[in-house]
Write a protein that binds this ligand. Structure first.
Ligand code: UT7
Length: 317
């Protein structure tokens, strides 16, 4: 027994910021961003928080599952950009949807949604949770230094959510962490303790792009191969691959190395940029809504990023 996906949902804020908009703020161009990253535009919050996005995505997932908030036994949300450390994003969702169940957040940066999904799957496999809500939600625009062209052109805001229940559709999974702050770091608020003599860091995204790129391309290929093999499948048995949308070149590299047609990869980076823990969930929701998925098809989800971390799983639809 494992799980099946009963419903999915996604939400992005209304405001769209284009590459041309950004080129008026920093020294960049639509051409550079499209060629080096593959992003054309991103949705950016004006007044909504990561908790708000999570609530809207959760409501859509519940509607698509045909159940109400009171049917949910567990809520796990992945986020690195909540407005509050307490309450959690999951807790805010719990109240908004009228659920009466444990709710907590997990943080594994861009791999967070797949860490949250694997956590919820484990609770379902223990038998005491029948329906779980899993969410990835980010207002990364709050963590971006908008004067740094190396990062502000990459990221976007949004959320995605799944409702899961017992089933036989989670064939394999893997989670990976290689801790350390050398490659990606997002400091949190350091406080103002008169007793603290440690370094005070600015709470913005620091990313060594090239090192992250190397990590991403090696992990995406190795992880997809591993979960496919662990599921007892060949790469040719995989119908769709839903990866973290960090850079179109990473997805193209994976398709080439895995000798899989690029058409099998869900790609929406052009519209949303990198939405961290929300990206796989948003892309999966788009795949579901496209109506292309057929019962019995195999889908790999793969994510990588801060931590450093990566995660992957195989879903049978
Ligand atoms: O979600 C977490 C996981 N994240 C990732 O997987 C991200 C992985 N890394 C990447 O996607 C890429 O490394 C970036 C998109 C972040 C950067 O692309 P790059 O091809 O690695 O560029 P670079 O940092 O090596 O910079 C190349 C040049 C530099 O100029 P010089 O020194 O060669 O003159 C940069 O200053 O491009 C310049 N540059 C820009 N130019 C125009 C950097 N950002 C920009 C920009 N517009 N926005």
């Amino acid at each position: 027994m494992s799980i099946k996906i009963l419903g999915t949902g996604a939400y992005v804020p209304e405001k769209i910021v284009t590459n041309d908009d950004l080129s008026k703020m920093v020294d960049t161009s639509d051409e550079w961003i499209m060629q080096r990253v593959g992003v054309k535009e991103r949705h950016i919050s004006v007044n909504e928080t990561a908790a708000d996005f999570a609530i809207y995505a959760a409501e859509k997932a519940l509607a698509s599952a045909g159940i109400s908030g009171s049917d949910i036994d567990l809520i796990v949300a992945a986020t690195i950009s909540s407005e509050t450390l307490c309450p959690t994003v999951a807790g805010m969702v719990q109240k908004a949807i009228g659920a009466n169940c444990p709710a907590f957040d997990v943080n594994s940066a861009c791999s967070g949604f797949l860490f949250a999904l694997d956590t919820a799957v484990s609770y379902i496999m223990r038998g005491n949770v029948k329906k779980a809500l899993v969410i990835g939600s980010e207002r990364l625009s709050k963590l971006v230094d908008w004067s740094d062209r190396g990062t502000c052109v990459i990221f976007g805001d949004g959320a995605g959510a799944f409702v899961i229940e017992p089933g036989d559709g989670y064939l394999s999974s893997m989670l990976y962490t290689s801790g350390g702050n050398e490659v990606i770091e997002i400091p949190s608020f350091s406080g103002s303790s008169p007793f603290y003599e440690g370094e005070i860091k600015h709470p913005y995204i620091f990313m060594d792009g090239q090192e992250t790129f190397k990590f991403a391309v090696s992990k995406i290929v190795a992880d997809i191969k591993k979960v496919t093999q662990d599921a007892g499948l060949e790469l040719s048995d995989i119908d769709y691959i839903v990866t973290h949308q960090a850079n179109i070149r990473i997805i193209e590299y994976a398709a080439k190395r895995l000798k899989m047609p690029i058409e099998k990869f869900v790609v929406n980076i052009e519209k949303y940029g990198n939405t961290s823990s929300a990206s796989v969930a948003i892309a999966f929701d788009e795949l579901v809504k496209s109506g292309k998925l057929k019962k019995g098809e195999n889908i790999v989800m793969s994510a990588f990023g801060g931590g450093l971390s990566s995660a992957a799983c195989v879903i049978k639809w």
